[in-house]
Design a protein around this ligand. Structure first.
Ligand SMILES: Cc1cc2nc3c(=O)[nH]c(=O)nc-3n(C[C@H](O)[C@H](O)[C@H](O)COP(=O)(O)OP(=O)(O)OC[C@H]3O[C@@H](n4cnc5c(N)ncnc54)[C@H](O)[C@@H]3O)c2cc1C
Length: 476
């Protein structure tokens, strides 16, 4: 997120002095690291949680269209950066991998028909295919159909517009480019505190992790793009807008294989349906990953619980985040989310054989194989107060900005990195409203759809799709 904001500011206001502080020894190694997230270019082509079925048996496409729209913003921005020389090979960070949604059972088939009928007429979902034919599925996802009961009802949709994104590599590319423009990227430097000075500026306390040396930096504007670390820094800032917010950390694990016998037979990201009681981010999926030119398969996520807010965080992160102003929200969430708590306990206690059983639902012919269990990034789900002051757990992202626009931060992790450009544009709109008139034409040069909806403009959508596909070397 911070790298995206640095890239946007480099374009809009190259005369500003920008400094970036990263507590790790390298950038892009927390949630954005390639093995810490699933690398799905989230555009709602396969994630069924964006298209729930209503009581009338219909699927409302609005949420899916909105997510896809945001991903198109990212695609346009990345394409413009590639044209400007970000990298000679876009496959360094993005590659085409078809997105498939897969369900079993007659209810699943019914749902999938309703979802296809809702999405197929949408401009942004042009080209999506649907089938209930096992023979077609044997071509789309051979590894998953091999050994499957031929009598089992199945259904799927497939889109060639799907992508696999290495957000860690993208972060490095963005910040290498920023550093060349003069942005100071301070590694191994932890932000320890934030305080408002009498001149209205922020005093940002930073500490060199290697030498222990501390200093203070003064800034007119601060973006807290610290992933799971954002909540505590925003709390430290004392802004009114963070009151009532809390965080609920959920950790994730994936099974990964590089076995060519398996990776050569699965060329898609295949998302299934979440189990009852499971949170939306634990929808099981079997993904082809293309990281540093190497093929691997990733299955999961298996959810878990750790009180850390960052993978490299502290076990005290959760207890330290509890304050007088968010205690009520946090207790409220604990009381009303018993099913989630039960689900997480079940996941934490899961044995290796239970994990393999879950994988076998996707790959029925699985016969052992060389799978290792990897630990992904921490997601800190947002706890906030609803209109009636009750604590609610939400699974999206939340941009928190001070009323005077001098500080902003991002909480939560879904749809996450894929929609980072949209999130950072919203941050700019909220924190710099008086500059937007001057910035708008520059933004529209790199993001032609900015200020409009591609879903309402099929001609522009087609032009943007074709241009970004050509620049990013994608198939669709
Ligand atoms: C299991 C899992 C699967 C996911 N799958 C997907 C997916 O398929 N597609 C998708 O789009 N998104 C996915 N996401 C979400 C996505 O990974 C995140 O939304 C995104 O990477 C967050 O980026 P960020 O810059 O906010 O945070 P991060 O990438 O975590 O970066 C924050 C940085 O701030 C640094 N930092 C923290 N505290 C401090 C401090 N005090 N001082 C200095 N530096 C600090 C950290 O070291 C880190 O480098 C997934 C997340 C998880 C956990």
């Amino acid at each position: 997120m911070s790298a995206t904001l640095a890239a946007l500011l480099g374009l809009l206001q190259p005369d500003w002095t920008v400094q970036l502080f990263e507590s790790a020894d390298a950038v892009g190694e927390e949630s954005s690291g390639p093995w810490n997230n699933a690398g799905t270019g989230h555009s709602a082509l396969c994630e069924l949680n964006y298209t729930p079925m209503g009581p009338d048996g219909r699927v409302d496409p609005a949420k899916a269209v909105g997510i896809n729209e945001q991903f198109q913003v990212s695609r346009q921005f990345w394409a413009s950066l590639v044209r400007a020389g970000l990298t000679g090979s876009p496959s360094d960070f993005i590659t085409s991998v078809p997105h498939v949604a897969f369900v079993t059972g007659e209810d699943g088939q019914r749902y999938m028909r309703a979802r296809y009928e809702a999405l197929a007429p949408q401009t942004l979902f042009a080209g999506i295919e649907h089938t209930e034919d096992p023979a077609v599925l044997a071509q789309w996802i051979p590894l998953m159909m091999d050994g499957r009961d031929p009598g089992e009802p199945v259904a799927a949709t497939r889109s060639d517009a799907g992508t696999d994104v290495n957000f860690g590599a993208l972060t490095r590319l963005l910040l290498d480019a920023a550093a060349q423009r003069g942005v100071d990227v301070h590694l191994a430097t932890r932000v320890t505190g934030l305080a408002r000075a009498s001149d209205g500026r922020w005093r940002v306390g930073v500490q060199d992790r290697r030498s222990g040396a501390k200093r203070t930096v003064s800034a007119r504007f601060v973006f807290v793009g610290a992933g799971g670390g954002a909540l505590s820094l925003l709390q430290a800032s004392g802004i009114r807008e963070i009151r009532g917010f809390g965080g609920f950390p959920v950790s994730g694990q994936f099974l990964r294989t590089r076995d060519p016998a398996l990776t050569s037979r699965h060329a898609a990201k295949v998302y299934g349906q979440a189990k009852i009681g499971a949170p939306p981010m634990s929808v099981p999926h079997l993904d082809l990953r293309l990281i540093d030119g190497e093929r691997s398969l990733m299955f999961g996520p298996y959810a878990g619980f750790s009180p850390k807010f960052l993978k490299q965080g502290s076990f005290l992160d959760l207890p330290r985040s509890v304050k007088g102003h968010n205690l009520g929200s946090m207790l409220g969430v604990a009381r009303t989310n018993v099913a989630l708590t039960r689900y997480l306990i079940g996941q934490v206690l899961q044995s290796t054989s239970a994990r393999m059983t879950a994988l076998r639902e996707f790959v029925p012919s699985l016969d052992g194989g060389d799978w290792d269990l990897i630990t992904a990034g921490q997601r800190v789900q947002v706890i906030k107060q609803d209109a009636r002051g009750r604590g609610v757990l939400q699974f999206g992202t939340e941009l928190v900005t001070a009323a005077d626009g001098s500080i902003g931060g991002l909480l939560g992790a879904s749809p996450g990195a894929s929609t980072g450009t949209s999130a950072m544009l919203t941050l700019l709109e909220r924190c710099f409203p008086d500059r937007m008139d001057a910035w708008r034409p520059v933004i529209q040069e790199v993001i032609p759809s900015y200020g409009t909806k591609l879903s309402d403009d099929p001609a522009l959508a087609e032009r943007v799709r074709a241009e970004t596909a050509a620049t990013l070397q994608l198939t669709a």
